[in-house]
Design a protein around this ligand. Structure first.
Ligand code: XMP
Length: 506
């Protein structure tokens, strides 16, 4: 188990992902709030930070239980921190060192750089530079601009690097992490999907025993994998509820419910479409839509959960990025959209919470799902927002608009699948615009709806690029939509990236 300490760098989660890719389990904690008992940790990594060690508000950490006691790798800010506070010198550099650089010097026979060649590309992102190494520091590598790009401390298993090994632009970054963690720190590489499933099932059985657990299925990857794990652990004591809010994709409710039953899950489908659509009637503000849907979901879910006698646990598909308590250097970020994932715990239910996936990243959830034998098509599904089509119908929502959008979306998504494009896209969908446009069909003037198609590439939804779908494909889909879907006479394609646009239009 590896401990990663966060100083507020945007790259900290990426370090964790690279470590996990080596089948090594790791956890992220804030630099000023980590476990006092470090006996289960085999190594510690200090991450980067937007702060300067020279500034008055430099983030300070008590390393007394770490340095010299556990193998330590200090990255970027961490490397400067060790230098600045242990007898070295850090100064503002003349130029901000940002971007690609190459290792022009590597100390010979150094395990940290095993299988790393001279000139290996590394990624720099810092404005201070280490002028003098700390006491007992030994230089391990340089670039043309950065003399002390890597060093170690004689007599300790402490290593420090100025560049970021976790970003892909550092070509041998993963090799260096492996050298440090496996060869130097001797951390076992035993965190595999199979091992996770075995441990998790055992933990769940111990924790839950013969109690009953209720879980809200959404059709998405996380809740599905959580359900299958729990089903494996406690079988029929798991009660799944799948709510149709009337804003799902075309035929989604029936199809997915069927799939869940085939997987042997104890699932109840609840069609509450009418209730949701009534509550939404006349509402056009996006945040109000989200609130109404969130509340309606809780009410429906609570009604259903109360029908299960003696249920004491609520299972949720929470994953690691939602859990990590990152250091917020700029304070809480402004609310752009409230992304309450449907399925939040209503306080009055008084259930204990179980979250089997709370230590996993999304790609790990998919791998665990594959190990559990879940249909790859289900695991490869695009993300779909909890409020569903409601935030893709701009303006107020009516059953007729939902029908139109479901049809348009189905043509688009099926088209992507038929043309082998679905898996190349991170998320796709259609948006119904609140305007009519003039068209001509046969000899008749039409005055009908405009729809937008959106397809983005992304890794986590935080940033996204629009996908350059082939013109031929867009042409075909546009024709098919206008010919097949009554009420639509114009199709446009969204070519905005995030930022400054967002993925959803509302
Ligand atoms: P944006 O539009 O903020 O979306 O760029 C980023 C990702 O979040 C999804 N999204 C939501 N998911 N409830 C959800 O569960 C929401 O209210 C919500 N709003 C946006 C969006 O689909 C994309 O994957």
């Amino acid at each position: 188990n590896v401990l990663i300490l966060d100083f507020g760098s945007q790259y900290t989660q990426l370090i964790a992902r690279r470590v996990r890719e080596l089948n090594i389990f790791c956890e992220i904690f804030p630099y000023n709030n980590f476990p006092t008992d470090l006996s289960s940790y085999k190594a510690v990594i200090l991450g980067g930070s937007p702060y300067s060690v020279r500034s008055e508000d430099a983030l300070q950490i008590d390393l007394s239980e770490i340095r010299g006691k556990l193998p330590l790798l200090a990255v970027c800010y961490g490397a400067q921190y060790l230098a600045h506070f242990s007898g070295g010198e850090v100064a503002a550099s003349n130029i901000r060192e940002y971007g690609r650089a190459n290792l022009s010097y590597i100390k010979e026979d150094e395990v940290f750089f095993e299988n790393v060649n001279l000139n290996s590309q590394v990624w720099m992102s810092h404005s201070d530079t280490i002028k003098h190494l700390p006491t007992n520091g030994v230089k391990l590598a340089s670039t043309n601009d950065v003399e002390n790009a890597a060093y170690k401390i004689e007599g300790e298993t402490t290593y420090a690097i100025q560049f970021h090994p976790e970003v892909y632009h550092s070509t041998d970054g993963k090799q260096m992490l492996e050298n440090f963690l496996v060869k130097i720190a001797e951390v076992p590489q035993n965190f595999t999907p199979n091992a996770f499933v075995d441990d998790c099932v055992k933990d769940l059985q111990e924790k839950v025993g013969n109690d009953k657990v209720v879980l809200g299925l959404s059709g998405g990857v996380d809740s599905t994998v959580a359900a299958v794990l729990l089903n494996k652990a406690i079988g029929k004591n798991l009660y799944c509820i799948f709510v149709n809010n009337g804003l799902l994709r075309k035929n989604e409710f029936e199809n997915v419910l069927h799939q869940y039953k085939d997987m042997g899950l104890n699932v109840k489908g609840v069609d509450a479409s009418a209730r949701f659509l009534e509550a939404l009637a006349g509402v056009d503000d996006p945040e109000t839509k989200r609130k109404i849907i969130g509340n309606a979901f809780i009410e429906v879910f609570d009604d259903e959960a109360h029908k299960i006698e003696d249920v004491t646990w609520l299972a949720q598909g929470t994953i690691y990025p939602d859990v990590i308590e990152s250091v917020s250097v700029k304070g809480p970020s402004a609310t752009i959209k409230s992304h309450h994932n449907v399925g939040g715990l209503p306080d009055f239910m008084k259930l204990k919470i179980v979250e089997p996936l709370r230590m996993l990243f999304k790609d790990e959830v998919r791998r665990v799902g594959a190990t559990l034998g879940i249909d790859p098509e289900l695991l490869g599904r695009h993300p779909f927002p909890g409020p569903g089509l409601s935030i893709r119908i701009l303006g107020d929502i009516t059953p007729e608009k939902v029908r139109i959008l479901q049809e348009v979306d189905a043509v688009f998504i099926n088209g992507l699948k038929e043309h082998g494009l679905y898996d190349k896209v991170w998320q796709a969908g259609a948006i119904l615009l609140p305007v009519n446009s003039v068209g001509v069909m046969g000899d008749e003037r039409t005055y009908e709806k405009v729809v937008a198609l959106r397809a983005v590439e992304s890794t986590d939804g935080m940033t996204a690029d629009w996908v350059h779908l082939p013109y031929e494909f867009l042409m075909k889909i546009s024709n098919e939509i206008i010919n097949k879907v009554k009420g639509v006479n114009r199709v446009v394609y969204d070519i905005s990236s995030k930022p400054p646009a967002t993925i959803e239009w509302e």
